[in-house]
Design a protein around this ligand. Structure first.
Ligand code: ADP
Length: 487
């Protein structure tokens, strides 16, 4: 039974800002189901303490470089039997707002020291330098917040193997060179081959340069990030490490995203009861104040309102669809850049018969959009994996996506040929332009008029199986190879 430590900065349902939490909430139980002794490690944010089931103190740790006394609390990930350790350091983690920024969207000024502390505790647990008898064979880290772990662990002679997963290369944890000093990081790590990035301290390089193996969340993104267009300045390093870089697709957590059991819906359904989906559409139209009309195609969007997600393309396309007087409705849920929030809200005011926008974060509403919409928009500029299109496929809500990263790996465009051989599952376009999105939406709206063909397309998506089990098998294989290599 492999022993895996899984340090991460968010995990559903304890705390979630995006897809990383979905992965950290689903992959560990899937690994556990395959007899892996996996333990989650995450910060004891206030929200986590509020939701955790009776956390118990199991250890006190002094972290000298951070001059921090930390309590390690033990609980389980709710709804699972995955042991979860919380790094309790109120000064670092108990504050209002989001894990990474305050209510005004400004990064917490002490993010470097907060996540260095999390990483140091993970490294100490990884190396067995605390009083805890449990020691992992692999430490599997995620994104910049835990990327210092492989770097710190690499300095020890007897050590576990390390895996670093890139969930989004655009977020790198870049800080001033002085931060390297104030964090008291080992001098050996400061070099262009190490944590230095053009004179700055880069947390993510700790994972990219020092982990025994790097994974990312789709095969296409694994290739893309080795090119200047998607590499965010790190493509050279990633090309250098290409033999230790693989893409493993994320999955869908059936206990959370399943239209047959989802209790957020007014009517549950599956492929054999597909017409029930209509009830969710009508309920959604009523809920968001759009005319309740089963025949008008309803487009949905849920996500962070940031440039990555192509929100500007959506805004431009909506304006054109209205001008062209095409029959459609649009419902969105998300928060992010003010310019997008304002532009969407303005569109709603101007075209209330067509457009309904909710600014904010609401888990249950996200489920109702996935179930109630006819199609789901994801015109991302880049998309490491993307989970919403997987949820859409599962809910028979046809995804309209740009063919990048995980979107390219999971959605098959409805061409004449793919419709004929029934392999089509959605609509895919190439250029990140308003006109390319509009052309694709016109194709989708057109096909929607042929309800039999539309239903075939939706059902083909529902028949796809993106399970965590398959992904967990691939991670287990990787862990096994790394552990084997090290003995
Ligand atoms: P990313 O991780 O880049 O934000 P993903 O598609 O991988 O994008 O995952 C996003 C996850 O966050 C999905 O589970 C999605 O439903 C959820 N989500 C994003 N924004 C919201 C929101 N405003 N309300 C509820 N859930 C949201």
């Amino acid at each position: 039974m492999h022993k895996i430590l899984f340090p991460v900065s968010e995990a559903y349902p304890l705390i979630k800002t995006g897809g990383l939490a979905d992965v950290a909430g689903s992959l560990p139980p899937a690994l556990k189901a395959q007899h892996c002794d996996v333990r989650l490690l995450l910060p004891a944010y206030q929200q986590v303490l509020d939701r955790a089931e009776s956390p118990k103190k199991i250890l006190e740790i002094y972290v000298p470089e951070s001059n921090a006394h930390v309590r390690l609390l033990e609980t389980v990930l709710p709804g699972t039997d995955v042991t979860t350790w919380l790094v309790d350091h109120p000064e670092s983690f108990q504050r209002p707002g989001n894990p990474y920024h305050d209510d005004n969207g400004r990064d917490w000024p002490d993010n470097a020291s907060r996540f260095a502390l999390l990483s140091r505790v993970a490294a100490m647990l990884g190396l067995g330098s605390t009083n805890l008898s449990w020691q992992p064979e692999v430490v599997h880290c995620h994104d910049w917040q835990t990327a210092l772990v492989p770097a710190l662990i690499s300095l020890a002679s007897r050590r576990p193997a390390t895996v670093f997963t890139i969930h989004n290369l655009a977020y790198q944890g870049t800080f001033s060179a002085e931060t390297f000093e104030t964090l008291h990081l080992p001098g050996k790590l400061w070099s262009p081959e190490g944590l230095e990035f053009y004179g700055y301290l880069s947390f993510i390089k700790g994972g990219l340069a020092y982990a025994d193996h790097i994974t990312t969340v789709s095969p296409t993104y694994a290739k893309e990030i080795q090119t200047p267009e998607f590499g965010n300045g790190l493509d050279g390093l990633l090309r250098h490490r290409s033999t230790q870089l693989t893409g493993i697709l994320n999955g869908v957590d059936d206990s959370v995203w399943n239209p047959a059991t989802d209790d957020n819906l007014v009517a549950n359904y599956d492929a054999s009861r597909f017409p029930e989906k209509q009830k969710n559409k009508l309920a959604l139209q009523r809920e968001v104040n759009l005319p309740a009309n089963p025949d008008v195609p309803l487009l949905g969007l849920v996500g962070r309102l940031v440039s990555q997600k192509g929100i500007d393309l959506v805004i431009g396309a909506l304006r054109q669809l209205v001008q062209m007087q095409l029959p459609f409705q649009f419902v969105s849920l998300g928060a992010g850049a003010q310019e997008y929030e304002h532009a969407l809200a303005e569109l709603m005011l101007k075209y209330p018969q067509h457009i309904s926008v909710m600014i904010g974060y609401d888990e249950a509403h996200a489920h109702r959009i996935e179930a109630g919409a006819d199609m789901f928009l994801m015109p991302s500029r880049f998309e490491p994996c993307g989970l919403n299109q997987l949820y859409s496929l599962r809910y028979g809500t046809v995804p309209v996506v740009r063919g990048v990263g995980g979107l390219a790996d999971t959605v098959i465009d409805a061409s004449t040929a793919s419709l004929a051989d029934k392999s089509a599952t959605g609509f895919v376009f190439a250029e990140a332009t308003v006109s390319a999105l509009v052309e694709t939406l016109k194709r989708a709206l057109d096909l929607y008029q042929d309800q039999a063909a539309w239903q075939r397309l939706a059902l083909a998506g529902m028949a796809k199986n993106y399970s965590w089990r398959t992904s967990a098998e691939q991670y287990l294989h990787l862990y096994g190879t790394l552990i084997g290599t090290r003995t």
